[in-house]
Design a protein around this ligand. Sequence first.
Ligand code: NAP
Ligand code: GLV
Length: 309
Amino acid sequence: MALILKTDIERGDSWYRAFRTLMPELELREWDQPGNPEDIEYALIWAPPRGALRRFPNLRAIFSIGAGIDHLASDPDLPPGVPVVRMVEPGLTAGMSEFVVMSVLYHHRFMIEYAQQQRAHVWREIEQIPARRRRVGIMGLGVLGGDAADKLCGFGFDVAGWSRSAKTRPGVTSFHGPGGLVPFLNRTDILVCLLPLTAQTEDILNAETLAALPRGAAVISVGRGRQVVEEDLLAALDSDHLSGATLDVFRTEPLPPDSPFWDHPKVVVTPHIASMTIAETAAEAVVENIRRIEAGQPPLHVVDLARGY
Ligand code: NAP
Ligand code: GLV
C-alpha cells in the first residue's frame, strides 16, 4: 500500500514521522520519485500539475493537504471516479479560529487607528465599544467558520453567519442563500470571509457587496484571494467606507512587491498563513480515512466537485 506525497520540503519530514507512527505499513513515496505508478493507491497533495494524477491507475482516494480544494477542482484532468477528500483536522481548525479571533479583536479594539496614531506620535483615546454591540459576520459557516463563530460568541460578540443552507448554531444568527446576503452584510461591522473558492464565490467581495456593509466596517479575508475584487476593496478603504482590512489571501500570491496593500495604512497583510495543516493531527485524519476505505466504507469529507467544495 503506497501513498504519493506532494508537499513543501520543509514539511515533508513531519508527514513521514507522523505516518511512520500511525500506519507503518503505509509506504510513502515522494512526488518526484513515485517508483512503479501502479503501486500508488493514495495521494496526499497540494497543487499538483494538471493531469498529473492520471499517471496512477490504481488511485483510490485523493487527499487535499489543505481545507480548500480549488487547487484540485481547477484541474479538468483529474482521474475520473476517484474521491477527492478535503482536509478536516483539529490543528487546522484551531489555527484558523486563533487567527480570526485575533483579527476580529484587532479591528474591534481600533488597532488599525492606534497603529496609525503610533506612527504619527499621537496619544488619543478612542471610546471602547462593548463586544455585544459589535456585529461580526462570517461568510462560510462550515468547519472553519463554524468553529470561529463559536469562539467569537465566547467573547460576547453579536455573531451571524452566511452560508448556502440555513444553520441552527447556538448564539449565531443564520443568513443563507443569495437572498440572505445583503441583509447579512447590512448588519455586519466586522466581516470575515471564510468561503471556499467556487464559481459562485469568485469576486463576491466587490463594490456592490462592500457598499452593503455599514460605514466604518472592517473586512478580514482568509478564504481565497479571488473572492475579493482588489480595486474595489482599495476604493472602499480610500473613501473611508471601510475602516480597515486584514488580508491573508490575494489574487496573486506571493503578493507582488508593488501591490498597494503592502504600505496601506489601513491594511494588515499576512502571507497566507491564517492556518496551516498540522501533519501530526492531519495524518490521523488521513489514516482514519484510509482504514475506512480498506474496510470498504466511504471516506469522510469527500467533496462534491460539481459544487466546488
Ligand atoms: P467547509 O466546511 O466546506 O465550509 C464552507 C462553507 O461555505 C459552508 O458553510 C458553505 O455553506 C459555505 N458556502 C459555500 N458556497 C457558498 C455560497 N455560494 N453561498 C453561501 N455560502 C457558501 O469549508 P472549510 O473547511 O470551513 O474551509 C473554508 C475555506 O477556508 C477553504 O475552502 C479555504 O479556501 C479557506 N482556508 C484558508 C486558509 C488560510 O490559511 N487562509 C486555511 C484553511 C482554509 P453550506 O454549509 O450551506 O454548505
Ligand atoms: C489553506 O489555504 C487551506 O486551504 O487549507
